[in-house]
Design a protein around this ligand. Structure first.
Ligand code: SF4
Length: 286
């Protein structure tokens, strides 16, 4: 399985910015933050803009966190921009401006969890570590375990499953990337392209005749339209685009439901994404 995936990836893997040989560890870190919740096609232009403006952790750390939130624009989940800024500050203060190499140190940085820490260690520094995202979990569930669906995540179990598959240290970064790419392009959630799959011959799920999933399902994300998350997005958009202090009255012209608007403002204040300037006016973090 390992060599088939590596051979397939070397031919079919997409030519993405973070796979270029001169891509920096800081670039890997920024791209991983952006890719946490946003599709590749939307990340690429924003990543280029972001890295042109802030090519190093020191450059971002020297700017106000509100600039990072504004530059995050419509990537969604803007708390990631605050964490990224906090990460840059910590890297400058604790690591002399260099993105740390090992998983333990990376895990101490704000906004970095088990997936992101390993992805940076592996893709930026070539570490011999398992990287486990949804795509990899789905490939393992189908090919190795014969299940249609990966079910809910479990960090310990998922890392063990991928660790058991890792080839030699020299090959494990490309194997991690290949597994991820296979799940993104071929072994997709809805329509797996088994006829184009390099590991179809040994796939337990395919060879069992594609049995239906049994057991716990993945959690389904709530509808965005009309949600509190959309109300937060509307408030953030006004503040990002206005470049000034904005009042509640002005915000209410952009969101019709007063109770939801109130919840959105309170939540954003609590998360540090906006700041209270006077009784009822707000701005991005200074
Ligand atoms: S054969 Fe089909 S189900 Fe099995 S790993 Fe490949 S794409 Fe996924």
């Amino acid at each position: 399985m390992q060599q088939e995936i590596i051979d397939w990836f070397e031919v079919e893997g997409r030519d993405l910015p973070w796979r270029q040989p001169d891509f920096t560890p800081w670039g890997s870190l920024v791209s991983e933050f952006m890719l946490q919740q946003t599709p590749v096609a939307r990340v690429i232009p924003k990543l280029e803009e972001f890295l042109t403006r802030w090519p190093t952790p020191a450059a971002l750390a020297a700017s106000p966190s509100g600039d990072a939130v504004r530059a995050w624009a419509n990537l969604g989940y803007p708390r990631r921009a605050l964490w990224l800024h906090a990460c840059a500050v910590t890297i400058v203060e604790k690591y002399n401006g260099e993105v740390p190499h090992n998983v333990e140190e990376l895990l101490t940085l704000p906004g970095i969890g088990p997936y992101t820490a390993r992805a940076i260690a592996v893709f930026a520094y070539g570490a011999h570590e398992p990287v486990v995202d949804t795509n990899i979990r789905r490939v393992i569930a189908r090919h190795n375990q014969g299940n249609a669906d990966q079910g809910p995540p479990s960090t310990t179990r998922d890392l063990e499953a991928m660790t058991a598959l890792l080839p030699s240290p020299e090959l494990s970064p490309v194997f991690n990337a290949g597994m991820m790419e296979l799940g993104a392009l071929i072994c997709t959630a809805r329509n797996p392209l088994c006829q184009a799959c390099p590991i179809a011959r040994t796939c337990a799920w395919k060879n069992a005749g594609y049995p239906e999933h049994v057991g716990p399902k993945k959690t389904i994300q709530k509808k965005y339209e009309g949600s509190d998350r959309q109300a937060r997005g509307a408030v953030m958009k006004v503040l990002r685009e206005s470049h000034r202090v904005v009042t509640t009255d002005e915000l209410s012209a952009h969101w019709h439901d007063a109770a939801q608007l109130g919840r959105a403002i309170s939540g954003l204040l609590k998360d540090g994404l906006i700041e209270l300037v006077s009784d009822d006016s707000y701005q991005l973090p200074a």
